[in-house]
Design a protein around this ligand. Sequence first.
Ligand code: SIN
Length: 331
Amino acid sequence: MTKHKLLLVSLIVAVAFVASATVSMAAPIVIKFSHVVAENTPKGQMANKFKQLVDERLAGKVVVEVFPNSQLFGDNKVLVAMLLGDVQMAAPSLSKFKKYTKSLQVYDLPFLFKDMNAVEKFQQGPLGQKLLMATKSKGLIGLGYLHNGLKQLSASSPLRVPADAAHKKFRIMSSDVLAAQFEAVDALPIKKPFSEVFTLLQTKAIDGQENTWSNIYSKKFYEVQPYITESNHGLLDYLVITSTEFWTGLPDGIRTELKKALDEAIIFGNKVAAEKAIDDRQKIIDSKRSEVIELTPAQRQLWVDAMKPVWKQFSKEIGQEYIDAAIKANN
Ligand code: SIN
């Protein structure tokens, strides 16, 4: 080999070495997963499981950083932050998408789903699946639903019939349907972020709130609310969401692996949700800090009668076909 050729070959080898070193040293894709609840909740557990699976399967390629308890973004900011690329995944309550789509409001209608099996059936059906893409035109796509459970009413005084709620202030998520639901019983709904609820209850700035057993337990609302009515009147469910730009910009193989890990994490989170709906309720009863009020069928019917007109009020905005499909899922 001539001196010239030797030089050329060495140069090619050196370039190839630098190129391969650059590829193997490429910075991993970072997924910031922001949420507002505690880690010992269905959503907290699901996010941590997702991180664990990604760590195992995509080590060096993708890093998931989970930020619980509104540490990174609260309810009102996370979707805007996602569109700006400051956070890549979140799982806000379905009640927090009002600015992005009206159809998801179907999930807020009071007394619509009789249990979590009906929710699951609706979500796996064609209209439930269509709703995953309800925010697509706004640059956000739903990757899956995650359950928390049915909501209960907590308050500073016992709530047995709708008249007990009249003129009381209830914190709600940022949903017009939830506002109408409380107005239907002459109560005063106040939209506030989740991170403020405990202090609002503790300082008696508000009289009550609605939430699931796991949120009432993990955020200690039961310590500052002497009564919880087991109303199961509404749903708290989540949409695991990402930005279209981020998701479609991922290499195909990585996107497929991430979706697989997420689906598995959601199955795990839903199992946690079902367990916590029973266990956290019992822990609250055992604490004796709060009295759990069970409604008689006649008392419950009064709440249904008072709140159900909200369905009609929002049927046009939501789309009657979604409401009909949800009703059908109860059978
Ligand atoms: C959540 O579970 O993500 C929060 C629910 C709420 O704002 O009440």
